[in-house]
Write a protein that binds this ligand. Structure first.
Ligand code: GLY
Ligand code: MN
Ligand code: MN
Length: 435
């Protein structure tokens, strides 16, 4: 759990990065209608969650550094006994003051009257545009209103600054309590992958493995999947974000599962690939071993001070060499790397940040240079080789083999720690778990 003190420290850190005389406005995610009065499951904006842990929709938080009457203001839904009978408990502005450490709280319906006043005389507005077009235009309207009503010198507010960049910097380095939650998300997800390996049988449907995985997530206290679970058997494994999950599992095929849970707002992201009948064929083993070696080489680059691109370069070198050794690529390894020949088989990057979002916030480059790792960063390492049956350039024996291996890695003071080591990835370990 993230404590009230930690939320307050996060807001303080953000406010210390803001320029003098500025305001930050952070809106909740909009709700999405599925049909009539039925909504899609609600997912709070992770920026808003990060700053105060409030999970209700129709909320806006406002940060006003150095404001004497209070720096942290919340607009939220008012109490409403009828709506609460249908949709569940609402915190309401009064209770929000006690629970969330808010200095001022108002009903969201009053925002039109109050927010323009808070914008007055502020020279900068920190805001993440583009996530909710309706709220973007309301905010622009309020800003315009303030500018138009102003007489005399200046036309404040005059500058919009992207809040995502500042929050990305903060969210990129995980605190001890965040790492604890991510460890838990990783452990549950690893157990879920073990369960899928153990319950895999020829003739099951892909969605039945998905059910095993997601049962383990939720029965272990996770909120559910952090992204739609990918269960791709045979050639489906060559579709990078395959989510149909309807096919029948066939003997002689591999199945690729890319699934991770969300635990108390933090995501895990694991991929394992294993033989449906419990034994890797020679061709599958050959490809699998290249991907595993590429993953190990990429993971081994990780340490504070090393740049983000090293891991991808390490994976590309191992994959290209491996494909040449198998006769799938032909030519000089260095030339093939330079020409990007591996991209026919490995067409994504090896890594992304991981945190409250599965593809988490944070810049990958600083001043156009690859970012270097710092202690407390968390990322995935996930190379793959995908040989679709449409690929006419390679022998048929390789067709329909898609392998990705993905783990979640914490950058430590001395190097790294693999948080998802609880699910095996060596071929013999997988075969014995499945036996
Ligand atoms: N699960 C999506 C990814 O691995 O990036
Ligand atoms: Mn990933
Ligand atoms: Mn993944």
């Amino acid at each position: 759990m993230i404590s009230k003190t930690e939320y307050a420290a996060r807001r303080k850190d953000l406010m210390s990065m803001m320029e003098e005389n500025s305001i930050a406005v952070i809106a909740s995610s909009p709700e999405k209608v599925r049909s009539k009065d039925t909504l899609y499951p609600y997912k709070q904006s992770t920026n808003l969650s990060y700053l105060c842990g409030f999970s209700e929709p129709s909320a806006v938080i406002v940060l006003l550094p150095k404001r004497t009457q209070g720096e942290f203001i919340l607009f939220c839904r008012d109490k409403d006994p009828l709506r609460e009978t249908w949709d569940g408990h609402r915190l309401g502005p009064l209770e929000a003051k006690n629970t969330l450490g808010v200095e001022d709280a108002f009903p969201i319906d009053d925002i039109e009257d109050i927010l323009p006043g808070l914008l007055e005389d502020k020279s900068r507005v920190y805001y993440s545009a583009g996530k909710d077009k309706a709220f973007d235009s309301r905010l622009m309207h309020w800003v315009d209103e303030v500018r138009n009503n102003r007489s005399g010198e200046g036309r404040f507010p005059c500058e919009f600054v992207d809040l995502d960049h500042l929050l990305g910097e903060l969210r990129l380095i995980k605190s001890a309590s965040e790492i604890k939650l991510m460890r838990k998300a990783a452990d549950i997800s690893a157990q879920a992958h073990c369960r899928a390996m153990k319950s895999c049988r020829v003739g099951l449907k892909e969605y039945q493995l998905q059910a095993e995985i997601e049962h383990e997530f939720m029965s272990s206290g996770a909120n559910g999947p952090a992204y739609t679970s990918i269960v791709g058997s045979g050639n489906n494994a060559c579709v990078l974000h395959y989510i149909e999950n309807q096919a029948t599992l066939k003997s002689g095929d591999l199945v690729l599962i890319d699934a991770g849970c969300e635990y108390q707002n933090y995501a895990a992201d694991i991929t394992r690939t294993f033989p449906i009948n419990g034994k890797f064929s020679a061709a599958q083993a050959a490809i699998y071993d290249i991907v595993l070696a590429a993953q190990e080489a990429a993971i081994n680059t990780i340490a504070p001070g090393v740049n983000f691109n090293q891991a991808n370069q390490a994976a590309i070198a191992v994959i290209t060499q491996g494909l040449v050794d198998l006769g799938i690529l032909n030519g000089e390894v260095e030339t093939l790397i330079a020409s990007g020949a591996y991209r026919d088989f490995y067409m994504h990057s090896v890594s992304h940040w991981l945190g409250m979002d599965v593809h988490d916030v944070g810049d990958y480059k600083v001043d156009n240079h690859w970012r270097v790792y710092e202690t407390g960063m968390l990322l995935t390492i996930e190379p793959g080789i995908y040989i679709s049956s449409n690929n006419s350039k390679v022998e048929k024996k390789w067709h329909g083999i898609g392998v990705r291996i993905e783990d979640d890695i914490l950058v430590t003071k001395t190097g790294y720690e693999i948080l998802t080591a609880g699910v095996p990835k060596q071929r013999d370990q997988i075969e014995s778990l499945m036996a």
